[in-house]
Design a protein around this ligand. Structure first.
Ligand SMILES: [Zn+2]
Length: 294
């Protein structure tokens, strides 16, 4: 009986997976594309993670190896860069300290890259000594600009938000930014809420909106691979504020954690991708704030 139930459950799972698989049968696991309208900016995607790299005549500035759980991921990323240019890989910038984005940097070190990150990313990585994640060679606290072959890449720390080490990377000439995990494009945030700083994040997002840029490359592909806009960022901020206000009301009725996680819904956002799966992460984090004080 138990075995039959397991088999039925397995079939149900397989059936549930079919529509998603049918939607994207052609998508290769690894892909590199040039950002439309630019001469030298590329997006490297591995599975559902992606990173930006910039090619100049003096060398390459790469970001995020995106190789957590993918022992060959860093080498595959370097190989993809080599399909575009033989110029040396001068820098590898870590967007923040989370392994799903920065594991796999050894292949870049072996290629001669200097790893740059926020100073708190290094402090965390030093303590944890993850074998797949080399320590940054250079760190900074507020702002640093990498200049290479006529390209400037501005790295700015705008405060606590998705992590305590998140950088905003901006290409002023292209009016492009690369921001990882803080600003999902057109979707409900999920595991990214685990170590999220809710109040400070709103301030960070306002600072990002005040910067001069037109398009944003997210760390996870947006719907149909589209880039983000300021409108997307405004909508994400509105989502977070709405979630925060709604959970605050529930918290003040004593409903955090279990009752809030069961009862709180944000129907306005039902049509956003990942609504059902990710809403519990959002509610739990805001219960931490309003129902606990953290
Ligand atoms: Zn993250």
């Amino acid at each position: 009986m138990i075995r039959l139930a397991t088999a039925v459950a397995a079939l149900a799972c397989a059936a549930a997976l079919l529509p998603a698989a049918a939607q994207a049968p052609q998508r290769p696991p690894i892909e590199t594309r040039k950002v439309e309208g630019t001469e030298n900016v590329y997006i490297f995607r591995n599975g559902n993670h992606q990173a930006m790299f910039v090619v100049t005549k003096e060398g390459v500035i790469a970001t995020d190896p995106v190789a957590y759980g993918r022992p060959q991921g860093g080498a595959q990323y370097v190989a993809e860069i080599r399909k575009v240019t033989q110029a040396p890989i001068k820098y590898l910038v870590y967007s923040h300290h989370h392994y799903d984005h920065i594991a796999g940097g050894q292949a870049f070190k072996d290629a001669g890259a200097t790893i740059v990150a926020h100073k708190r990313a290094k402090e965390r990585l030093e303590r944890l000594q993850d074998p797949a994640t080399p320590l940054p060679d250079e760190t900074f606290e507020r702002r640093r600009t990498l200049r290479l072959g006529g390209t400037a890449l501005e790295l700015t720390y705008v405060g606590l938000n998705h992590s305590d080490s998140t950088l905003v990377m901006r290409l002023p000439k292209e009016k492009l930014i690369f921001v990882v995990d803080l600003l999902p494009v057109g979707q409900v945030p999920g595991r990214g809420m685990i170590d999220f700083h809710p109040l400070e994040a709103e301030e960070s997002i306002k600072r990002i909106l005040a910067m001069d840029w037109e398009r944003m490359i997210p760390g996870h592909p947006g719907p149909n691979d589209r880039l983000g806009t300021k409108k997307d960022v405004e909508e994400q901020l509105a989502f977070l504020r709405h979630a925060s206000d709604t959970v605050k009301a529930a918290a003040r009725e004593g409903k955090c954690w279990d009752a809030a996680e069961k009862e709180v819904k944000l129907p306005k956002y039902e049509s956003w991708p990942n609504y059902a799966n990710n809403l519990p992460f959002v509610i739990r984090r805001y219960c931490g704030l309003w129902g606990r004080g953290t």
